[in-house]
Design a protein around this ligand. Structure first.
Ligand code: M6R
Length: 608
């Protein structure tokens, strides 16, 4: 969603804010803006489009100053435009940046208009600027004014506010949208994500829901909780180096992140396996007893993370014998789910801040689950903090909007969960799967070695408008994920089906123009899948098959085959994801789309 960065320092903050915005651009990129306090006045630039447009304005007319706030926007209320870009000001006295949605803004706006305030944007955020001005005019300080204003706001927000009334102070607030405090030496910062501030600090305070924070000159930080009590929050050191947030030698973050998979899969496994077995304690000291008593599992997630959950259903039912339901969070949170005794609630999320998933967790905590587990990539995220147990996926920062390494490391974590539940229940050890997990990074490297061939293959898709993806069993979710990647970054309409469903309708779409992509590992559904592929061939469809090198599917008229190394059947979904990621990537590059920041999307969906 939107990204916030703020700084109070003993030096010019323009460069810090701009670099922060560049690093937050994955969150929203339809417009951006910056306000800096200079000689007692608020000075502002705003630009439509990417942060580069704002950088150009700053080149032409710098905004020097030692405190400031900045924002990169993903439009919710009001179209992308300069007038709707943040910061929003009230009579050049107050400036506000906001991430989230103020649900009661219309009502507040009418009241403010009746009191003579004029609105210059279509956003919900502008009401906050005018409300603050109103409170400041009544004699309150910036912190108290913000405290009073947020008490009347409905919805979700992370805020950064500043005023000419109190130079050298920025106030932040967090309710439903992420906000961290960066702790510097004699300086302090706010941001939506620690990545925005890694150029200036590696020490962060993760604010709790309802917290208000004031950062001041000399690096003074004061936090007050939702009940108005002053609180100390722990300072965490960021684990990943700053290099993780740069593209390095790669043309796009997405490509870098695809190629990081062998390394991050090793990181996800590290310390969690013994020679033949999984270490159940990886999930926490209480995991052994909890998994032993787990009779069902509900998995809730969105987007790519949901696809990981669908794969896990096949694994948990087959290898741990536990019934599993998987559901998208936006549906689950508004249902009346039946929760049988002994059900474990599991959320999957790269960011740990996805609004629907977080709301689903909060709802689940009102039901009688035996426990809640978050599988997540961001330590300190809301989902992690609010769950009973968590397992980090250790994928490192993922910047490309299209999720790649976060997905495969989620799958690793879910296989660890499968083996742990199975082990806790006293089922036979799965030493062969443990061995296969250990060899996975090397196999991934081999598959990434096919990148050149996949790039050539991608040429067949550059002029296409539609594509079908087929898979069976645990590879049906992999087909779904392949289709999602292609849609997201190349804007080609793609659908995925379980291959056995083809004849029940989608076969009508198949003709000589329709590319059909299938994953064909060497498993017990292979022969069934081959029959389904014949159905496509018989209708003249163009088949592209990613197949195990031993299954005997070869290039022939109408079929292009890409051969993958043999992998244990249980882990094939992981390996077969990689060529589909590469295919989408190269098709998008050929089409010239914005690979890392595809249109209309944002990395972290912190609004409903
Ligand atoms: O951070 P999360 O894993 O909770 O995000 C869920 C989805 O928004 C995310 O996976 C989205 O579908 C990606 N753009 C997929 O590439």
């Amino acid at each position: 969603m939107c990204g916030i960065v703020a700084a109070v320092a003993q030096r010019n903050v323009q460069g810090i804010l701009l670099e922060g915005l560049k690093r937050l651009e994955y969150r929203g990129y339809d417009s951006s803006g910056m306000t800096v306090l200079n000689n007692g006045s608020l000075t502002r630039h705003r630009a439509l489009g990417k942060v580069a447009a704002l950088a150009e304005q700053l080149d032409n007319a710098p905004l020097p100053g030692m405190s400031g706030i900045a924002h990169t926007r993903w439009a919710t209320h009001g179209k992308p435009s300069e007038a709707n870009a943040h910061p929003h000001h009230s009579s050049d006295q107050v400036a506000v940046v906001h991430n989230g949605i103020i649900e009661n803004y219309e009502h507040i706006k009418q009241a403010l208009q009746a009191n003579g305030y004029t609105f210059t944007s279509e956003t919900d955020t502008e009401v906050i600027a005018h409300l603050l001005a109103d409170k400041l005019n009544s004699g309150l300080g910036l912190f108290e004014a913000t405290q009073e204003v947020v008490s009347g706001l409905g919805g979700a927000y992370a805020l950064g506010v500043m005023s000419v009334v109190e130079p050298g102070v920025v106030v932040g607030a967090r309710q439903g949208s992420p906000l961290v405090v960066g702790v510097g030496i004699d300086e302090a910062f706010l941001a939506s994500d620690p990545l925005a501030l890694l150029q200036v600090t590696d020490r962060f305070i993760y604010l709790e829901e309802g917290d208000l924070v004031e950062i001041r000159e000399q690096g003074a930080i004061q936090i007050v909780d939702r009940d108005g009590h002053q609180v100390e929050r722990p300072v965490h050191t960021f684990e990943h180096g700053d290099g993780a947030a740069s593209k390095g030698e790669y043309r796009h973050y997405m490509l870098k992140e695809i190629f990081e998979q062998p390394e991050v899969i090793s990181a996800a496994l590290e310390g969690r396996l013994s020679t033949n077995s999984v270490l159940v304690e990886s999930f926490g000291p209480e995991a052994q007893v909890l998994f032993q008593n787990t009779r069902q599992i509900h998995i809730i997630a969105c987007g790519t993370s949901y696809h990981a959950g669908l794969v896990a259903r096949y694994w948990l039912e087959r290898y741990a014998g536990v019934p599993v339901q998987v559901e998208v969070a936006s549906e689950y949170r508004y249902r009346h789910p039946v929760v049988p005794d002994g059900t474990l609630f599991v959320t999957l999320s790269q960011s740990g801040e996805t609004a629907d998933t977080l709301a689903a967790l909060r709802f689940a905590k009102t039901l009688h689950y035996v426990g809640t587990l978050a599988i997540c990539n961001v330590p300190g995220s809301s989902l992690v903090r609010e769950s009973d147990m968590s397992l980090m996926t250790h994928a490192g920062p993922e910047i490309g909007v299209a999720s790649t390494k976060a997905f495969t490391t989620q799958l690793v974590a879910l296989m660890l969960l499968t083996l742990s539940v199975s082990k806790a229940k006293g089922q036979p050890e799965r030493a062969e799967i443990v061995a296969a997990l250990q060899s996975l990074p090397a196999l991934c490297k081999q598959v990434l070695g096919l990148a050149g061939q996949i790039e050539t293959l991608s040429q067949a898709f550059a002029e296409k408008h539609h594509a079908l993806f087929l898979g069976r069993g645990a590879h049906y979710p992999i087909a779904l994920e392949g289709a999602l990647k292609l849609k997201e970054i190349s804007y080609i309409h793609a659908e995925a089906y379980p291959a056995g469903e083809l004849k029940h309708g989608p076969l009508a779409l198949v003709d000589s123009e329709m590319p059909v992509i299938s994953v064909a590992p060497n498993d017990d559904l292979l022969e069934k899948l081959k029959s389904n592929l014949q159905e496509v061939r018989a209708r003249g469809g163009q088949l592209f098959v990613f197949a195990d090198q031993a299954v005997g599917i070869n290039d022939q008229d109408g079929i292009r085959v890409m051969k993958l190394p043999h992998v244990h059947e249980a882990l094939a979904p992981l390996l077969y994801t990689l060529p589909l990621q590469l295919l989408s990537y190269y098709v998008a590059v050929l089409k010239g789309t914005d690979v890392d920041q595809p249109r209309n999307l944002a990395k972290s969906v912190t609004v409903e």
